[in-house]
Design a protein around this ligand. Structure first.
Ligand code: NCW
Ligand code: CA
Length: 449
């Protein structure tokens, strides 16, 4: 494949990404069951300002006008997630037709507008009925997830041609079960490895179900944050390896190579079990693509006090950071794409998320909000994708995170990732300059970068 010097291949796919709990609102509407982020955010002290997704962007009710906005931007694809608890209110068993109905209307409207729907089956909103049965700690969840996946595949595979099983399983295991900063809010060295393993078993089981019932493409979405040692000391280099194994290889490695990184034993100690070989075999199912979520890098030093990694990030001075405190480092995206190619057998890759939270100015110039730092972030990162493609990486598409400002999990509404501003008091949408910029990128296939 030759990639033109000044633009992207004609069949490259440009889109935006969102997730169900972060934008939909109406989490209990039309017979939906409760999900763990609803319960977590309604527990005092868990989310900044005790905010929650009860309304969010009200996309559940405004999806038609939101799709109209997507159309105006010229989006070719839209990556959303399906809320498990809308489809199966108890997590297993009874299917809720009204839940399927919402995604059916969404998908059909996208197709009518010429926008390719791509769906993620799990973006962190586990049904509470399943959490009450142990959630990701219960071995049975692999089968529960595969059954849920199968009912969705059967209904939508004729119209959805690109599927993802899990979004960022690292966040679920690490924030949800190790550190307790995400739902379900557990803090346990022993639980996190079990959650990891069952997430990956569920991924494998869903891919198997897809091969039996689906006819298109399915993959896994991972967040990768390349790790660079703060010094050449052996301590810093070893700490970097631990951090890199724990965040970047804990999930992709079993999926692609059928083994967990050895460093996880060093990170988790006796809490990291020897998993049955048959489990790991089941996790390694051939997949059609890797979805990469890339935001930043980390420079890492040894830190004996940092539990449990014994590694800590070193903040870089004199360089730009986003509102998340994340360093702006586009080279890391090129490096990561090349790393996936070299380490995991050159799979097709979609950049399933990339973007930046910045505080927007209070006033609008005209009817577009000026967000020059976000424009610059997209410009440099999309160039970084192009650089990797010129170096031979098979990147098939790029999804900006996010279409709309939305509920940023434990950080509530305080962080704005959207290329479209949302006024939460009125639900008014206002495009930012980054939306106009991204439209131009799409229309010119990258020639305006
Ligand atoms: S990892 C992460 N993000 C953002 C989120 O909006 C999206 O759903 C994810 O796929 C953007 O991309 C990913 N956010 C995690 C932030 C963790 C904040 C922890 C706060 C602790 C108090
Ligand atoms: Ca295209």
């Amino acid at each position: 494949m030759t990639v033109p010097t000044n633009r992207f291949p004609d069949d490259f796919v440009w889109g935006c990404a969102t997730s169900a709990y972060q934008i939909e609102g109406s989490p209990l509407a039309d017979g939906a069951g409760m999900n763990v982020w609803h319960r977590f955010s309604h527990t005092r002290g868990r989310v900044v300002n005790d905010e929650n997704g009860d309304i969010a962007c009200d996309h559940y009710r405004r999806y038609e006008s939101d799709i109209e906005l997507m159309k105006q931007l010229g989006l070719q694809a839209y990556r959303f997630s399906i809320a498990w608890s809308r489809i199966l209110p108890e997590g297993t068993g009874r299917v809720n037709p009204a839940g399927l109905g919402f995604y059916e209307r969404l998908v059909d409207r996208l197709l009518e507008k010429g926008i390719q729907p791509t769906a993620t089956l799990f973006h962190w909103d586990l049904p509470v009925a399943l959490d009450d049965r142990g959630g990701w700690l219960n071995r049975d969840i692999a089968g529960w997830f595969a059954d849920y996946a199968e009912s969705v595949f059967r209904r939508f595979d004729d119209r959805i041609k690109l599927w993802a099983t899990l979004n960022e399983p690292w966040v679920v295991s690490d924030n949800g079960y190790l550190h307790g900063t995400a739902a379900p809010g557990h803090r346990s060295l022993f639980e996190a490895p079990i959650a990891t393993h069952n997430l990956m078993r569920a991924h494998g089981a869903a891919v198997q179900a897809y091969r039996a019932t689906g006819r298109h493409q399915i993959g896994l979405v991972v967040n990768i944050e390349p790790k660079y040692p703060a010094s050449t000391s052996s301590e810093d280099v070893a700490a970097t390896r631990r951090a890199e194994a724990q965040m970047n290889r804990q999930f992709i490695e079993p999926a692609m190579l059928g083994r967990y990184p050895e460093e996880l034993r060093d990170v988790f100690g006796e809490a990291w079990p020897d998993w049955p070989a048959s489990d790991v075999e089941q996790i390694r199912q051939p997949i059609d693509f890797i979805g990469l979520n890339y935001y930043t890098r980390a420079v890492v030093r040894n830190d004996p006090g940092a539990w449990p990694l014994r590694a800590a990030p070193v903040r870089q001075s004199q360089v730009a950071h986003t509102e998340m405190g994340w360093e702006v480092f586009p080279q890391g995206l090129t490096d990561t794409l090349l790393w996936i190619k070299d380490r995991y057998g050159a799979p097709p890759i979609y950049v399933t998320e990339n973007g930046a939270a910045f505080a927007d100015p209070a006033t609008a110039a005209g009817d577009v909000l000026d967000d020059p730092r976000r424009v610059e972030y997209f410009r440099t990162h999309i160039r970084a994708v192009h650089d990797a493609m010129r170096a031979g990486v098979d990147v098939r598409g790029y999804f900006a995170w996010s279409m709309l400002d939305n509920f940023e999990w434990a950080l509530g509404y305080s962080k704005r990732f959207g290329i479209i501003h949302v006024d939460y008091a009125t639900q008014k949408r206002t495009p930012k300059a980054s939306a106009t910029f991204y439209s131009g990128v799409i229309a010119s296939n990258g020639a305006v970068l």
